[in-house]
Design a protein around this ligand. Sequence first.
Ligand code: UGA
Length: 431
Amino acid sequence: MKILIIGTGYVGTATALALAHMGWNVTGLDKEDRIITLLNSGHLPFFEPDMEEFLQKQLGKGNLRFTTKAEEAIQNQEVIFICVGTPAKEDGSADLSYVKMAAETVARYMRNYTLIVNKSTSPIGTQEKIVRWIRDAQPKKGAVPFDVVSNPEFLREGSALRDVLQPDRIVIGSDSHRATAMLRHLYQSMKCPMLVTTPRTAEMIKYAANSFLAVKISFINELARLCDKVEVDVKDVASGIGLDPRVGGSFLQAGIGYGGSCFPKDVEALLHTARSYHGQLSILERAAAVNRQQQVYALKQLKKIIGSFQGKTVAVFGISFKPGTDDLRESPSLHLIRRLLQKGASVAVHDPVARLPQELGDEGVKQYETPERAAEGADAIMINTDWPDYRRIDWKKIGEVMREPVLFDGRNMLDKGLIIEAGFQYRGIGR
Ligand code: UGA
């Protein structure tokens, strides 16, 4: 099958690689020259474990290429995936302008029947909109038949390759037998359940999945605050309830709150959808509020040990929104750094992969190459991203170079006993 992927961000690139790996003939299309040049030379425009080697391997097989030339890329494709961004608008709703642009470009250049697959996270009703946009933009003479289906993506940053090669499930929202049969054929080598449903349902599943996980995180984060009061370790509580398969142990790690390019945006978008239908998702509303408060709570906990932030130096370990990525979008760590600066603290940071944004550098924040250097002379360390590297630190040694050996474990990732043994005052979330 000849397949085109429009948009070569995380989802587009990972999808292109998975489909090329399955043996299909894949082209990736993007507007940005820089990205296409990088990809064609076997390099990724972002950090993602193991993906660069995999890209080089697929390029070597000869059935994968990347281009900026829309007309040439679109004509004579059998399947076209739309994998463009759907950023949040001011009111929380998803901005579909890139999806619309992609649909109109496809309409202009497709020559034969084409199956258009929307993988961009987009609100309920988007598949119908794409059909309309394509119809309206097709040339009057020579309009060709097409189908549009919704096929949401569930990959996570940091494990994107594994997630696309071995997905938990494939969801197809289709109202055309022909389209469904084509996608079944396309994904024939995948060994996971396939759910075929209506386009609207598929679109809802994507938002419901992210929202449910966000609720799970906020549930454990709020419970962690109570655990602090009643002197109970939330980690043990999470293990104890997670062993029940009806609850499940994942996404029960209390910390400084969820971030990234998906959860915050998708939760707001679903809330916006509910409001626009005069409905309410009160549990999800609370989950979003708990997530916002979680950072305030984290700083309050640290303040209990160090008193005021004024004139203090805080070493922040980890700036990406989660480990395994250099993505800083909606990173709780960056939000916390800004709050620390507002409260008069100086901030030194370390991150094994992510680079500090210029704007924070201009405000005096410095990034160091090792955790030890970042901690020199600090009044406290805050672990904001649970990079496994931080488990291997010699905490006794690091404590000796600090002004005060205080550690706030914002991801509950360390063995509390060992840290106290190394001479630290330790605080986590709900421990
Ligand atoms: C999320 C979903 O997990 C994917 O299934 C989905 O495809 C993706 O969004 C998307 O819509 O594109 P991602 O944002 O890459 O993936 O990262 P997650 O692993 O879900 O983590 C999100 C945030 O929650 C991170 O800030 C993480 O630190 C936080 N988190 C996660 C917790 O605070 N506690 C947990 O127990 C788990």
